[in-house]
Ligand binder design. Structure first.
Ligand SMILES: Cc1cc2nc3c(=O)[nH]c(=O)nc-3n(C[C@H](O)[C@H](O)[C@H](O)COP(=O)(O)OP(=O)(O)OC[C@H]3O[C@@H](n4cnc5c(N)ncnc54)[C@H](O)[C@@H]3O)c2cc1C
Length: 383
């Protein structure tokens, strides 16, 4: 009897969960062994963080348990990955050494607030789930002053999310009757709100936040943070509460294995292959350049789509059929208005010569589609 091939998946986020589920839905445990490793044993759809921030959700009600994978005969190991040996097809964790026939690297991006001097001491990390309750507490207690939302590095996860955060915070303050005494300022190193979505959608997003009296400061490249002061390359501004989107980097184990250059991400193409045979990479840990000025944004929906392409290729290889599926580059991100509606930025990265985007109307139906998006993923991957 030939040995059952082993697919090892590093990271139980959007990319790892879509790949492992798709492979298991097509091949039984007699045909393939699948293992997912993650240092934590839960998964959350990223946008739920903003619901925890505005008090409409708790952390406990927003996560699915990765232990559920075992029900699908997908092994789950909760351990820290410490090294990836691509020559010898072996991955080490804090406790063991695991060999593989196929490897998927879907380790996501790491938030690196320490890269901005003074940020850890003087500001909050908007994307860190551990800080959300403290941020909410600050928002509930602010009486007057200036809230600064600052993007401190590009690329970052889910480009519309900080804008959505500004709208949800505006809504919170309005409901508390404090909006007139609190200013909201938004700083970005980019010249327009959403470079990844192009000038037209960027203008629509600008109009949307301006209509809620949120001031957008473009081309504001951060140098450092001091007590109640942001220092940019081209000036300074003061704040009372700072909510930052810190620079993103890849996990250290990626740099140690030389899969990416320092501070960068793993370069991939639409087949999501690396230069090592049967080693694939997807999602936030990668960089997929589309044109000179555009790359696939860091978003769960794209990590999921890339994961599906990898799953089809691994299934094809195991069955000896075909491994030429390409990531289709289609997806969308919701933007909630704070007024019980949401719009959707629809993205198509590859069908035309350059990526195309479209912002839909903000409607209650889109908001319920956003809730469905979360429910569907938690159900199909982790129940
Ligand atoms: C506020 C917010 C809103 C968002 N909204 C949206 C949205 O509306 N739509 C959308 O599509 N996306 C959204 N995103 C982005 C989305 O969450 C990410 O792009 C997505 O999670 C990327 O998937 P991934 O599989 O590449 O990485 P992740 O989901 O980050 O998974 C990586 C996994 O690897 C694990 N890991 C990393 N290093 C190690 C190690 N050394 N050892 C063991 N395990 C390790 C991590 O614990 C993690 O579970 C949002 C993100 C945020 C923060």
């Amino acid at each position: 009897m030939t040995e059952i091939p082993h697919v090892l998946i590093l990271g139980g986020g959007f990319g790892g969960l879509s790949t492992s589920t798709e492979i298991r839905n097509s091949l039984s445990s007699d045909q393939v062994k699948i293992t997912v490793i993650d240092k934590k044993d839960w998964f959350m759809v990223g946008f739920a963080k903003l619901w925890i921030l505005n008090g409409s959700r708790t952390f406990e009600n927003s996560i699915g348990s990765l232990q559920e994978l075992e029900k699908k005969e997908i092994n789950f190991i909760k351990e820290e990955i410490t090294s990836i040996d691509l020559e010898n097809k072996n991955v080490k964790t804090s406790k063991q050494s695991i060999s593989y026939d196929y490897l998927l690297i879907s380790l996501g991006a790491v938030l690196a607030p320490e890269k901005i001097p003074g940020l850890v001491e003087h500001g909050f990390n908007l994307y860190d789930h551990n800080q959300l309750l403290e941020i909410r507490n600050k928002l509930e207690n602010i009486e007057s002053g200036k809230i600064a939302i600052s993007i401190m590095g590009m690329p970052y996860k889910c480009p519309p999310a900080p804008f959505e955060a500004s709208l949800l915070i505006d809504s919170m303050l309005r409901k508390m009757g404090k909006r007139d005494s609190v200013e909201i300022h938004f700083y970005s190193p980019a010249p327009i709100t959403l470079p990844a979505a192009g000038p037209e959608v960027s203008k629509q997003i600008l109009d949307l936040i301006n209509s809620e009296r949120i001031t957008f400061h473009n081309s504001s490249k951060i140098k450092s943070v001091e007590s109640q002061k942001l220092i940019f390359e081209n000036g300074e501004d003061d704040f009372d509460l700072l909510l930052a989107v810190p620079p993103h980097i890849a996990p250290q184990v990626i740099y140690d294995s030389k899969l990416a250059k320092e501070s960068g991400f793993i370069p991939i193409d639409r087949d999501c292959k690396t230069s090592f045979e049967n080693v694939y990479a997807v999602g936030d840990v990668t960089s997929l350049v589309v044109t000179e000025t555009a790359a696939v944004p860091k978003a769960g929906v794209f990590a999921e789509g890339e994961g599906l392409a990898v799953a089809k290729n691994i299934i094809g290889k195991i069955q000896g059929i075909d491994d030429s599926t390409l990531f289709d580059g289609k997806g969308g991100c919701f933007i909630e208005s704070g007024k019980d509606t949401a719009s959707l930025i629809e993205v198509d990265m590859f069908t035309n010569e350059k990526p195309t985007t479209n912002l839909t109307e903000s409607t209650p139906e889109n908001l319920s589609k956003k809730h469905d998006f979360e429910k569907e993923r938690l159900t199909k991957w982790l129940s």
